[in-house]
Design a protein around this ligand. Sequence first.
Ligand code: PRP
Length: 211
Amino acid sequence: MLKIALTKGRIEQKAVELLGLCGYDTAELNDKGRKLLFTCPHPTLDELQIVLAKANDVITYVEHGTCDIGIVGRDTIMEMGGDFYELLDLGFGKCRFALAGPKGRDFHEGHRHKVIATKYPNVTKRYFAGLDMDCEIVKIDGSVELAPILGLSDAIVDIVETGSTLRENGLEVYTDIAPISARCIVNSASMKLKNDAVRDFIEALSKQIPN
Ligand code: PRP
């Protein structure tokens, strides 16, 4: 049996659909109530045990070997890093990291260092280090768009999908930083000890991902 940690929320529905296309019986996941653990049988492949978890925890479970495989956004992988294999771009959950701020303002104007609010301090730190720019990073846990509106920061580094949240709050993208999509990650030990099962699973997924 393979244990899969699946990120709750945004990418969950698409991931369940993909498992269904691969021939897994996802009935338990389609009628889940408040349950967090599910079994998905398959007519020919190893059964899956699915764990629904927050994105950061998906990485923790896979790194510790509690789960063999994780389905998680590239945003979380870029922020948390870790010791695992990233094997497959699942092609959904597409969005991007961007630097954004109040509409019409020149971000680079003036000489004082900039204050950036973000849920992703590591990604932000690397981005500004790459530009050789000094900035102060303020960690925010949600609705980061509020920070420049309230005057806490000059700009934000955040995920942009449709751009509606920025638009509806008088903000705009200054620079795109990196593309994001859902990825399949594999625990290093599972890669060796359960190689056949992992390979079969990845192959089944790959066949259903449009090019
Ligand atoms: C994310 C992100 C933006 C929004 C972008 O937040 O932080 O706020 O989605 O999406 P859009 O470009 O389609 O408007 P999320 O919904 O994950 O909620 P949070 O801010 O509470 O983390």
